[in-house]
Design a binder for this molecule. Structure first.
Ligand SMILES: Cc1cc2nc3c(=O)[nH]c(=O)nc-3n(C[C@H](O)[C@H](O)[C@H](O)COP(=O)(O)OP(=O)(O)OC[C@H]3O[C@@H](n4cnc5c(N)ncnc54)[C@H](O)[C@@H]3O)c2cc1C
Length: 326
């Protein structure tokens, strides 16, 4: 009999698991947001689009390359060719031209196009935050924020950041204490949409020893229709010191820092938004590529098992899928 599997979280790890396992199992993915994508989401603020999570990704393994072959053929993934500046505070150290062969890849026309492509034939249930999972008579039941139940499942796969996984499981699960040890760093993403082009000498910048650590002109990525969408990420250090500061205050501070950095008053922009990412990168990763409890039929995967990057999310999900199919 075909087994029912519930995947919680529709980021790259969750959609990878679902797309690899849907031939062997009846798989449902549950996602709390209104769109799939997770930390590869694109925020739409008409008429601007912001890839406010993952900025680009690298491919270093054959498995990941093969998994993405179709997306390359369909031009859902393309290399990003751009001018990358390196700053020490306000001081420009160098500008490097990133060419196709450097392999800085992005989704086209948006970062979330990759997740949309992968999940298009999957059974995806959006706007559904799973708040409780209960095991009874060898089956799992899932309950959402309105206490609605979604039937019975043989397996549950959590494809969530460590802390969010921990919220759903209890300490009788074999890997509970291993997840407890994982701490993840956060950051803020400032999104600025403007009519004017800034005419800079660079398209993206890595900034050291500043409250802002990354700057990118989103529309320098291939296939972007929108003009002048800027993404500015705070440093981890600034974010950790301002976890509980009001968003308005953080926005004001990062906007002022960015205006100074660009030598242009960003207050004149058309759209200014801020997003807080609580879980960007694990401080250290487990030695395993996923955790699985065969007795309780529950497993967890995600980028934080490997390197907290896009490829890490895939590799963890790929290894776990192989183990469950086996
Ligand atoms: C600002 C930022 C910049 C980054 N830059 C890069 C980069 O340049 N290159 C790179 O390789 N990587 C980058 N990353 C990391 C990359 O985005 C992640 O490694 C990858 O997207 C993680 O995928 P995932 O599926 O493991 O987790 P996620 O994408 O976090 O997926 C988890 C999903 O679960 C959902 N969810 C959570 N709780 C529940 C619940 N209870 N019920 C239902 N759904 C739930 C979430 O909404 C989310 O969609 C960046 C990340 C951030 C935040």
């Amino acid at each position: 009999m075909i087994k029912n599997i519930a995947v919680i979280g529709a980021g790259l790890a969750g959609t990878t698991v679902a797309s690899l396992m849907k031939g062997n199992f009846d798989v449902k993915i549950f996602e709390k947001s209104k769109n799939a994508g997770g930390r590869m989401s694109t925020r739409k603020e008409i008429p601007f689009n912001f890839d406010h999570g993952a900025q680009f990704f690298k491919i270093s393994t054959i498995d990941f390359k093969n998994f993405l072959l179709d997306l390359f053929t369909q031009k859902v993934i393309e290399p990003w060719k751009f001018r990358l500046a390196y700053f020490e505070g306000q001081y420009l150290k160098k500008i490097k031209m990133i060419e196709d062969e450097d392999g800085f890849f992005v989704g086209v026309p948006n970062m979330d196009s990759i997740i949309k492509y992968l999940s298009k034939n999957c059974n995806l249930i959006l706007n559904t935050k799973i708040e409780r999972i209960v095991r009874k008579n060898d089956k799992w039941s899932l309950y959402d924020q309105n206490k609605k139940s979604y039937g019975l499942f043989d397996w549950v796969i959590l494809s969530l950041p460590a802390q969010q996984s921990l919220e759903l499981i209890s300490n009788n699960i074999s890997f509970y204490s291993l997840i407890e040890k994982i701490k993840m760093k956060g950051c803020f993403s400032l999104m600025v949409g403007m009519k004017k082009s800034l005419n800079l000498d660079f398209d993206a910048a890595l900034i050291e020893n500043e409250d802002i650590a990354w700057f990118a002109i989103n529309n320098s990525k291939p296939g972007r229709m929108n003009k002048n969408c800027l993404i500015i990420n705070s440093s981890y250090e600034y974010a950790s010191k301002n976890l509980n500061t009001s968003k308005a205050k953080v926005l004001k501070h990062l906007l002022s820092k960015s205006s100074k950095f660009l030598n242009y008053d960003l207050l004149k922009s058309n759209i200014i938004k801020i997003h807080q990412w609580k879980y960007v990168e694990a401080e250290c990763s487990p030695i395993e590529n996923f955790f699985i409890d065969h007795k309780e039929k529950i497993a967890v995967c995600g980028d934080w098992f490997i390197n907290s990057r896009v490829e890490g999310a895939f590799l963890s999900a790929n290894e776990l899928s192989k183990e469950i199919i086996k």
